[in-house]
Design a protein around this ligand. Structure first.
Ligand SMILES: [Zn+2]
Length: 245
C-alpha cells in the first residue's frame, strides 16, 4: 500500500470538504437579501415615502386654497359692511339707488354664505388630510425601522459568515501546502471547471460520485488493486476510495 498517495487522497478529500463548506456559506450569503426581505422592504419604503409626500402636497395645496378663500371672504365681508354703512348713512335718498344697494347687499351676503360653506368643507378636508399625513408618516417610520432592523441582522450574519469563510480558507490553504504543485493545480482547475466538485468518492466500488457513470471493468480492477487517488475516466474528477469502496 502506498501510504503517501493514501495520505494525499485523504488531504484532497478534506480540502474538497472545506471548499464545499465555503461554497455553501457563500450561497447562504447570496441568499441573505432574500432571507431578510431587503428588496420587499426597500420597495415598501419607497411606496410609503411617495404616499407621505403625496399626502403632504395635497395638504399644502388645500391649506393654500383655504387661505386664499379666507382672504376673499374677508374682502367680501368688508364690502358688505361698506355697503351697509352706505345704506344707513342717510346720505343716499334716491329710492332707486337705495334699493340697488339693498340688492347688492343681499347678493353679497349670499355669496358670503356660499363661501363660508365652502370654507367649512375645506377645513374638514384639511382635517382629514392632516390625519392622512400623520398615518403615512407613521407608516414611513415603521417601514424604515423594519428595514433598519433587517439590515442590521443581515450585517451581523454577514460578518459572522465572512469570519467562518476566512477560518475555513485558512485551514484549506494550510492543507493545500501539503500537496504537490501539479496536484494542487489540477484540483483547482477541476474545482473551477466542475461546479465546485473536484474530488468525489467511488460509489459502491463502481460508480463515479461526480458524474454518476459506472466505471469500466478495467478501472474497477485498478481500484481494487491499488490505493490512493484515481481519475474518473469520464469526467476526469479525482476519485477517492471511501472505506467501503
Ligand atoms: Zn466521473
Amino acid at each position: 500500500m502506498d501510504s503517501g498517495t493514501d495520505a494525499m487522497a485523504k488531504t484532497l478529500l478534506e480540502i474538497q470538504g472545506l471548499d464545499t463548506e465555503i461554497k455553501s456559506i457563500q450561497r447562504e450569503i447570496e441568499d441573505l437579501p432574500r432571507k431578510y426581505q431587503l428588496d420587499e422592504l426597500a420597495s415598501e419604503r419607497i411606496d410609503a415615502r411617495e404616499m407621505r409626500s403625496a399626502n403632504e402636497t395635497r395638504l399644502e395645496e388645500m391649506t393654500h386654497k383655504q387661505h386664499k378663500l379666507d382672504g376673499e371672504l374677508d374682502l367680501l365681508s368688508s364690502k358688505v359692511k361698506k355697503e351697509e354703512e352706505k345704506l344707513f348713512s342717510g346720505t343716499i335718498m334716491n329710492p332707486k339707488e337705495l334699493s340697488a344697494i339693498q340688492a347688492e347687499i343681499i347678493s353679497l351676503r349670499k355669496k358670503c354664505d356660499e363661501m363660508e360653506t365652502e370654507d367649512l368643507q375645506e377645513m374638514e378636508e384639511i382635517e382629514a388630510l392632516r390625519k392622512d399625513v400623520a398615518v403615512s408618516k407613521a407608516r414611513v417610520a415603521d417601514v424604515e425601522e423594519k428595514e433598519r432592523k433587517a439590515l442590521s441582522s443581515r450585517d451581523s450574519v454577514l460578518s459572522d459568515r465572512k469570519g467562518d469563510i476566512a477560518a475555513l480558507e485558512m485551514r484549506r490553504d494550510s492543507l493545500k501546502r501539503n500537496l504537490e504543485e501539479s496536484v494542487r493545480e489540477n484540483y483547482e482547475k477541476l474545482l473551477r471547471d466542475k461546479g465546485g466538485l473536484a474530488v468525489v468518492p467511488i460509489v459502491q466500488s463502481r460508480t463515479c460520485g461526480g458524474c454518476h457513470i459506472d466505471f469500466s471493468r478495467s478501472q474497477i480492477d485498478q481500484f481494487q488493486h491499488n490505493e490512493g487517488i484515481f481519475y474518473c475516466e469520464f469526467c476526469r474528477r479525482i476519485l477517492v476510495k471511501s472505506s467501503e469502496s
